[in-house]
Design a protein around this ligand. Structure first.
Ligand SMILES: NC(=O)c1ccc[n+]([C@@H]2O[C@H](COP(=O)([O-])OP(=O)(O)OC[C@H]3O[C@@H](n4cnc5c(N)ncnc54)[C@H](O)[C@@H]3O)[C@@H](O)[C@H]2O)c1
Length: 304
């Protein structure tokens, strides 16, 4: 009998895949495997019986990969399982940036006691008007699990798409979309795009890649969307660009003390993967990976 310890709530659809050979345990000391979402494992001692760890999600910065590797314990993640959830929020991000939808909703709330709110709205609405995304150009930086889905969805909405990913060649890019303009030069994407969205991992090589120089290459009044990680964007440079109007809106999924004070930023509380479907998909994939490793020694999506 294998014993599984959950460090966070794991979707019941995932746990339902465990066969009669498995049982859940509250005692981490006797666990053969750990399922985790966001719990920080860096300060935890490694349980003596532990054989595998699976993160129901893509990022693994809450897990001590090196220490576990030294102890011979593989760590698995679930890349792509939440990609559709993030894609849908990117679409919402473009749409809430295209008109002042948030400002409009706030205006209605502020005028909730006005009996003539309908008439007042007709006068007030021009302050919240904007443009349409159909016909506009979207630049997609990073064409992995999420970026790919964003390309397809944006094209379906009538947008032109420019893609950039230094780890793809033209042939693989064409397989994502024959209509997408693929470039190996980031400045070319930045100069062509009305909306720019970034879908790359936070690595030493990508941190701060959207800095003052990159922003200067963007179209005046472009919208920048960040549903990847806040460290990819230089906050001071973005604040200055929003202030000057160089960037019209910064839509980000990562609240931090700098962005929450930027007037033209639309800041979400890390909602990208927060859908029931994504949580189920990640849990199912994590449980399957653990069972396949414990029973067959197979390592799928091992990250250490
Ligand atoms: N907001 C959320 O809740 C949420 C949820 C899931 C993932 N994410 C973030 O989204 C990121 C992307 O996720 P994914 O599933 O698409 O990952 P992925 O690994 O499938 O794709 C990442 C892509 O980035 C490309 N890339 C790497 N360095 C690059 C660079 N310098 N310039 C351009 N492209 C580069 C890679 O070649 C790859 O194609 C994750 O790393 C994570 O930080 C956020």
């Amino acid at each position: 009998m294998y014993k599984i310890h959950c460090l966070n709530n794991i979707s019941s659809e995932g746990l339902a895949l465990l066969t009669d050979d498995y049982e859940l345990t509250d005692n981490i000391e006797e666990a053969d495997a750990i399922l985790v979402r966001s719990a920080n494992m860096h300060e935890m001692p490694i349980p003596a019986n532990l054989k595998a760890v699976a993160r129901a999600g893509a990022g693994v910065n809450n897990i001590p990969l090196e220490a576990l590797a030294q102890a011979g314990i593989p760590v698995f993640n679930t890349p792509g399982a939440n990609a559709n959830a993030v894609k849908e929020l990117v679409l919402a991000g473009m749409l809430i940036a295209a008109r002042d939808i948030v400002g409009g909703i706030e205006w209605v709330k502020q005028n909730a006691d006005d009996e003539n709110v309908g008439k007042a709205a007709e006068k007030a609405k021009k302050a919240f008007a904007g443009g349409e995304i159909t016909g506009k150009t979207l630049g997609v930086i990073g064409l992995g699990a999420i970026g790919k889905l964003v390309v397809g969805a944006a094209e379906a909405l009538g947008m032109k798409v420019v893609g950039y990913d230094p780890f793809l060649d033209a042939e693989r890019a064409a397989a994502i979309s024959a209509d997408m303009a693929f470039t190996s030069e980031l400045p070319e994407l930045l100069a062509a795009s009305d909306y720019v969205t970034i879908h790359v991992p936070a690595l030493d090589s990508t941190k701060g890649m959207i800095d003052a120089a990159a922003i200067a290459q963007m179209k005046d009044g472009a919208v920048f969307l960040n549903f990847s990680r806040d460290v990819l964007v230089d906050d001071a440079a973005m604040a200055a660009a929003l202030e000057s109007g160089k960037v019209a809106r910064y839509v980000t999924d990562f609240a931090n003390p700098a962005v929450v004070k930027m007037e033209r930023a639309l800041v979400l509380p890390h909602l990208g993967a927060s859908t029931a479907e994504a949580e189920d998909n990640c849990a199912k994939m994590a449980v399957t990976e653990i069972m396949d490793y414990l029973e067959n020694g197979t390592k799928t999506h091992c990250v250490n």
